[in-house]
Design a protein around this ligand. Structure first.
Ligand SMILES: [Zn+2]
Length: 312
């Protein structure tokens, strides 16, 4: 047993193989120096290491560090393999939910997550939970494999909603056993964190980057330009229609334009590869995925060439 409750807290967190680092006593802020003030000694001898790199589960390192001062315990979420959903409470009486949440009895982050559960037809995720000093909650989840989640803040970006932050790679939380402004962080549900539910992962996962442009649009235009004004005009017209169609009708439009150009392919005026490249370039620009584009174009061209065959 130790007479140093914060050391005990740090070791207890590390026993779960979570990585910890010191926060300034009584605070939420890292006790480690920043890059600007790096003395380039000790752990930083070769290069400055921030809290995320220095976070550790090694008991000896932890004992040495926590003997220096009664540090609070920071838990680095990324290296610990956890995603923490931080359910906050209003900071003052006028810290009210935005209009979309009013009239629904929503007063804090816990209410917002409950509303999201209901909206998605999901049960409340029961997992390792810590009550924060101010009366909020930290729900811990095992981070998903194969995708790196980053922090989110409120409703911004991929954020879950008002008073709901998430801490993942690049983020940390104040771990249980810490005391901020004389208020302790305490474990209220001591269980192993469940995997982050798929529906939450779906909301938090970075949206796929725009499709890699696999077609050099300029080169395609140049090739088609050499085929003559009539074919060039038809290709420009059909690809413009695809580019200008909004979400919802894009795939149908791509099919119709592919069928239209398929008639030129069937007549021998337009090489099939050029038609495909021009349509693919337009489809990607419209925001469709490459695989989906290629399927639709192939079907559309087949329709167009088939129609021509029947007419002939
Ligand atoms: Zn340093």
């Amino acid at each position: 047993m130790t007479g140093n409750p914060l050391l005990t807290a740090a070791l207890a967190v590390a026993e779960r193989v979570w990585r910890v680092f010191p926060l300034a006593p009584g605070s939420k802020y890292p006790a480690l120096h920043g890059e600007k003030d790096c003395p380039r000694t000790g752990a930083c001898q070769t290069t400055h290491l921030g809290w995320e790199q220095r976070a550790t589960a090694d008991p000896d390192t932890i004992r040495r560090a926590w003997q220096v001062a009664p540090y609070n315990v920071g838990l680095a979420c990324g290296p610990s393999g956890v995603v923490v959903v931080d359910l906050d409470v209003p900071k003052h009486r006028r810290d009210l939910p935005p209009a979309k949440w009013t009239g629904r009895g929503i007063t804090d982050g816990r209410d917002v997550l409950a509303a999201l559960c209901e909206q998605h037809g999901q049960a409340w995720p029961r997992t390792f939970e810590v009550r924060t000093g101010r009366g909020g909650a930290h729900l811990y989840f095992a981070a998903p494999a194969g995708v790196v989640l980053r922090n989110t803040c409120g409703e911004k970006g991929n954020g879950l909603g008002w008073k709901v932050d998430t801490r993942a790679a690049g983020g940390y939380v104040v771990a249980p056993g810490s005391v901020v402004n004389h208020r302790p962080y305490t474990v209220v549900n001591d269980t192993a964190p469940i995997p982050l539910p798929a529906w939450l992962l779906g909301l938090l996962a970075p949206k796929p980057a725009p499709a890699t442009v696999v077609v050099n649009a300029g080169a395609v235009r140049a090739r088609i330009g050499r085929l003559g004004a009539y074919v060039g005009a038809a290709v420009s017209r059909e690809t413009a229609k695809v580019r200008e169609t909004g979400e919802g009708g894009r795939n149908d439009r791509l099919f119709a334009s592919s069928a239209a150009l398929g008639r030129l392919v069937a007549s021998g005026a337009l090489p099939e590869a050029d038609a495909t490249d021009a349509l693919l370039s337009a489809g990607l620009e419209a925001g469709l995925g490459e695989a989906e584009c290629r399927r639709t174009i192939a079907n559309g061209l087949a329709r167009g060439t088939g129609a021509m065959g029947r007419a002939a």
